[in-house]
Design a protein around this ligand. Structure first.
Ligand code: ZN
Length: 359
């Protein structure tokens, strides 16, 4: 979705928590440099829960002995001649062979026409709009058969085109058409989120939508507005404002096409939801950023305050919560964790796509 290329390290088989690991993520190109990795190095890996294992430490060149008595998951013995080599950073996109660009720690394919990105962008669209039965495999098949080449093309698909695909019958085709029809009318915030712009998750999309109210107003701002118009919004910094502007510019054709096919409803500017008329204070460290948590609270109708007083309804306390936690306990204020907060917000489904962010 963002065109970032994620390097994966192949390691000699290693048992971690009862599982044989041979692939570990390196997150981004910057990580390779940060760890000073070379091919043939010995490394420390960690695996937490179901997360993909990662390298946390480079122990320098390995020796042949380190590779002894290692077995693949199927029991075959691992055997390889150890060598020391520099890691060569690829210059071209593995999917479309266009030139890659370095963007901070990331290596990216910035072409929106890249097959890998088109597939991801369409899949992201379908997932963020919760379309059942339209997953990555189907999107890939539709792209391969030339039935679609953009998000907008989804809305021109015909029943017989879908039902003629492998493992798709009449019923599945009906379902796909039905799911697509359900998304022919979207709120502006859902539309913005589903476009899959980098850093524009559901909370941020909702903030932009509530500020601009209409898609036309956003396009007008992108064409001739100032960045400052947007950085005035609480929670929106210059970087995100610029990413948003650029993201819309890059997707302009796609947005114009979609606006012809689906209705984008003006955003209701009033924040309202499961947290109406409740005040929250956030303290300690959380898995989400504090701004993101505050936006989620505001989007659900709640109010965020900076200090603890007897008028406070809830203190959202994370790890290493300090004096605010003590004060709140003294005042008998309800303490909740980040997880409990998002459980409370859940009916609005405002945080479901955190895991899709890396697309
Ligand atoms: Zn590419």
């Amino acid at each position: 979705r963002t065109g970032a290329i994620t390097p994966v390290a192949r390691i000699a088989p290693q048992m971690v928590g009862g599982v044989t690991v041979e692939n570990v993520t390196l997150h981004n190109v910057g990580e390779v440099e940060r760890l000073g990795l070379k091919i043939g190095d010995k490394v420390t890996i960690t695996r937490r829960g179901d997360v993909i294992p990662k390298i946390i430490e480079n122990l320098g060149p390995a020796n042949q002995k380190d590779l002894e008595n290692r077995f693949h998951a199927n029991g075959d013995e691992f055997s390889i001649q150890l060598k020391q080599e520099q890691i060569i950073i690829p210059q071209l996109c593995p999917a479309c062979e266009r030139e890659l660009v370095i963007d901070g720690a990331f290596l990216r394919c910035i072409s929106l026409e890249c097959e890998a990105r088109t597939n991801r962008a369409i899949t992201y669209w379908c997932r963020s709009l919760e379309m059942d039965g339209i997953g990555e495999k189907l999107v890939e098949l539709l792209l391969d058969k030339g039935l679609i080449s953009s998000i907008a093309d989804l809305y021109s698909l015909e029943h017989h085109q879908i039902s003629s695909l492998e493992r798709m019958g009449d019923k599945s085709a009906n379902n796909v058409i039905e799911e697509l029809n359900k998304t022919k009318n979207l709120s502006l915030s859902k539309f913005l989120h589903a476009l899959g712009m980098e850093r524009i998750g559901p909370e941020v999309a909702s903030v932009f939508a509530q500020h601009f109210i209409t898609m036309e107003a956003i396009l007008k701002w992108v064409d001739s507005g100032e960045i400052e118009q947007v950085t005035q919004i609480d929670g929106i910094g210059e970087k995100v404002a610029e990413i948003f502007k650029l993201g819309i510019q890059k997707r302009r054709q796609s947005i114009d096409d979609l606006m012809e096919l689906i209705g984008i409803n003006d955003e209701d500017s009033k924040h309202s939801g499961s947290l109406d008329n409740q005040t929250f204070c956030i303290t300690g460290s959380h898995s989400r950023g504090r701004k993101e948590i505050a936006l989620a609270i505001k989007n659900a109708g709640g109010k965020v305050v900076g200090s603890v007083s007897k008028n406070l309804d809830y203190l959202v306390a994370g790890e290493k919560a300090g004096s605010k936690l003590i004060t709140a306990e003294g005042l008998g204020i309800t303490i909740m964790t980040e997880t409990e907060l998002f459980e409370k917000i859940k009916p609005q489904k405002s945080s479901t796509s955190k895991t899709l962010f890396e697309f």
